[in-house]
Design a protein around this ligand. Structure first.
Ligand code: SF4
Length: 387
């Protein structure tokens, strides 16, 4: 077994999730600041897959025969890899057994029949970046996918659900400008393409993106709030639970993988730009991030390296506590107060807890209601001040 500081920082006797970052896209969307390369060169994708599979297999050895509790292949657009490479990665992830939840992202224009067998045998969940069914919005966002290919991808995703019971999640972007009718866009998707889960994001202008340079007029904070509120009310009226700031689920269909992030549980991230949170046997938390460079990743592998090109930071107990608070208060699973006091050796005064509006102490957790989801950062500051 390979031993290195990265792997040694994890306590693999704990439940562990795995995140795989696929840094390839057909082309770059105008608003996107995630690390991914467009153009998809075959040789780079082969070398990337070779290294990734070897790293996954190595981590599997440390898992002592146990499967990952959840797995998520994100990006980028994993569909760019094609069926063969994605199968190799999925096989490696499932070597010790199929995770209880195994999600892959895939853009509508990339989904095709050749991926279907993977949803029968490996993936349990598809997260599709739909963003909009308004052709003008797709063009404004600079998406690869026009309306026809978006609809075709959605139809195929529905077949996956019927055939294999695949859980479906669709990503939507709102708050594009006064010209866009957000609610009717969301209504169309929800009514015509049923799903178990929706992620609804307000568009933000990220520096160094083409959309940022175009400097479009977007709704101000109040305008955003009212658009989002309208969408949230609509989704809740249909029986979706608003369980995280941007996420909605049918009963029992929360994304277990993302819930583990918010619950501040251990996960290992592999691939350029992927982050990990390692919980050591000594209780210490280490954050690792692979450098966002496909070139470094494949060059390192050509030199025989695995798990190289990482930037690692050991968090102080206070930093870890602050992260746990920020994450826990933004979803309906809530902040685990017992775990927090074990980490900080402090018990937060119950009068402080009771006075935080929009939150309720329940079974040892501080849980937001719908209004609390909107004030999670302010609530986090109040608790951090008590540490
Ligand atoms: S497909 Fe996703 S990751 Fe790729 S450029 Fe578009 S938004 Fe970014």
């Amino acid at each position: 077994m390979v031993q290195c500081a990265f792997l040694d920082s994890f306590d693999f006797s704990k439940e562990t999730s795995i995140y795989i970052h696929v840094p390839f896209c057909l082309s770059k969307c105008a608003y996107c600041a995630f690390y991914s390369l467009s153009g998809c060169r075959q040789t780079e994708m082969d070398a990337y897959t070779d290294r990734l599979v070897n790293e996954i297999l190595e981590v599997n050895r440390h898992m002592d025969g146990r499967p990952y509790c959840t797995a998520f292949i994100g990006g980028g657009n994993p569909g760019c890899l094609g069926q063969e490479r994605l199968s190799r990665i999925a096989d490696a992830v499932c070597e010790n057994g199929r995770p209880a939840e195994f999600s892959t992202e895939m853009n509508p224009e990339s989904l095709n029949g050749e991926f279907f067998p993977l949803f029968e045998s490996h993936f349990t969940r598809l997260s599709m970046g739909v963003q909009s069914l308004d052709p003008k919005a797709l063009e404004f966002l600079g998406r690869n996918s026009d309306l026809a290919s978006t609809l075709r991808g959605l139809e195929l995703s529905q077949k996956l659900h019927v055939r294999y019971g695949t859980d479906l999640s669709y990503d939507l972007i709102t708050c594009l400008g006064s010209w866009h009718d957000e609610l009717s866009d969301v209504r169309k998707i929800v009514n015509e393409y049923p799903s178990d889960h929706l992620s609804v994001y307000a568009l933000t202008l990220e520096e160094n993106t083409p959309l940022y340079r175009r400097n479009p007029v977007l709704p101000d904070a109040d305008g955003q709030y009212s658009i989002l509120n309208g969408i949230w009310d609509y989704l809740e009226s249909l029986g979706f639970e608003h369980y995280e700031v941007s996420n909605f689920a049918r009963p029992g269909k929360r994304c277990a993988h993302n819930c583990r992030y918010w619950a501040y549980e251990q996960y290992i991230g592999l691939g350029p730009a992927a982050a990990s949170t390692a919980f050591g046997k000594d209780g210490k938390v280490t954050r690792h991030v692979f450098r966002p460079s496909v070139k470094d990743y494949v060059d390192g592998y050509a030199r025989g390296e695995l798990f190289s090109g990482l930037e690692s930071e050991a968090l102080t107990d206070r930093e870890a506590a602050e992260e746990q608070i920020l994450m826990g208060l933004r979803y309906k699973g809530g902040l685990d107060l017992k775990r927090l006091s074990e980490r900080t050796h402090k018990v937060i005064d119950s009068r402080i807890i009771a006075a935080i509006e929009g939150f309720e102490a329940r079974d040892g957790f501080l849980v937001p209601d719908d209004s609390g989801l909107m004030t999670a950062d302010a609530a986090a500051s109040l608790i951090v001040d008590e540490l």
